[in-house]
Ligand binder design. Sequence first.
Ligand SMILES: Cc1cc2nc3c(=O)[nH]c(=O)nc-3n(C[C@H](O)[C@H](O)[C@H](O)COP(=O)(O)OP(=O)(O)OC[C@H]3O[C@@H](n4cnc5c(N)ncnc54)[C@H](O)[C@@H]3O)c2cc1C
Length: 321
Amino acid sequence: MLSFAAATRQLATARRCYATEAPAKKSSNLPLVLMGAGVAGLGGYYYLNSTGTSVSTQTQSPLDPENFKDFKLKKIVPYNHNTSKFIFELPNNEASLLPVASCLIVKSSDPEALKDAKGKPIIRPYTPISPPDLKGELTLLIKRYDSGNASKHIHSLKEGDTLSVKGPIPKFPYKMNEFEEVALIGGGSGITPLYQIVTHALSNASNRTKFTLLFSNVTEADILLKSELEALKAKYPSKFDVVYVLDKPPAEWNGPSGFISKDVLQKFVAPPTLKEKVKVFVCGPPGQVISLAGKKAGMQQGELGGILKELGYTEDQVYKF
Ligand SMILES: Cc1cc2nc3c(=O)[nH]c(=O)nc-3n(C[C@H](O)[C@H](O)[C@H](O)COP(=O)(O)OP(=O)(O)OC[C@H]3O[C@@H](n4cnc5c(N)ncnc54)[C@H](O)[C@@H]3O)c2cc1C
């Protein structure tokens, strides 16, 4: 049977699947009753399983990779001094079914509210922190920059307002157990794509990959998802470790401080000599990505540069979000 990840990858590849299409393969748990009529709009179908319980099988994401669609902001949950969770409603209690790793791009529902000097809409990528199979909701964790365009707009929204969203935008197609060691190097709100990968992999019982997250922030109060990361570390001690790096550490800080350096990388990241068994994912503010792995070329990876190149990592071993 297909894993959830494989199924979502297939969905993304197939782009738009339609509820009326026959499912590709059925397990022994065959649907006894197909209620096709009238449910196509729900992006799935209902059947009674062998115990007579009604089960819904969703085959289509409510998101559209080709077009922006408005989604209603159901709830805003303040997270810390500059970051909030924005919980959007997914229609008909559907799940996003986003493949891992992928992101969404967003713009304002009101074309006048968020545009650049030439009058073009400002569009930015965000990665949900809610799992792809969560029904009815999609959560973005968004940090507000005082001089930021999109983040300031989203933070000005109120519950009941909408945001225009397009996706999924495929990033790295993560395959279970493709690597022995994965290093996740993140800065600030750059944690979200890394969190998407690690939660997806660790929640799969077949996972054998060891993940090390190097997570840099200005102060301790800026660390996003800290309790979630600590919970992952407690639950999967042999498969996940996190090292926090602070620019401005408190007096009693034992961890690394300053920018992520050569020494820190050598100490915590699996060596490049592991060849295809090691992968390094990088997501952070542009300055950090440049210093660690070289500049991205727009949407393309760009040449590998920075400290990772100096340490001998190759382009195949590094992925920049
Ligand atoms: C794949 C991907 C996923 C992302 N997911 C998330 C997410 O889940 N949550 C989230 O909050 N952000 C996320 N981001 C960052 C997000 O796309 C925007 O870059 C960020 O919200 C700033 O946009 P803005 O329009 O507000 O600022 P801009 O108007 O673009 O920039 C204003 C100022 O902020 C600085 N700035 C811009 N981006 C960053 C940054 N990332 N870190 C530090 N300074 C920055 C600029 O240098 C500039 O000085 C993600 C980025 C990528 C590439």
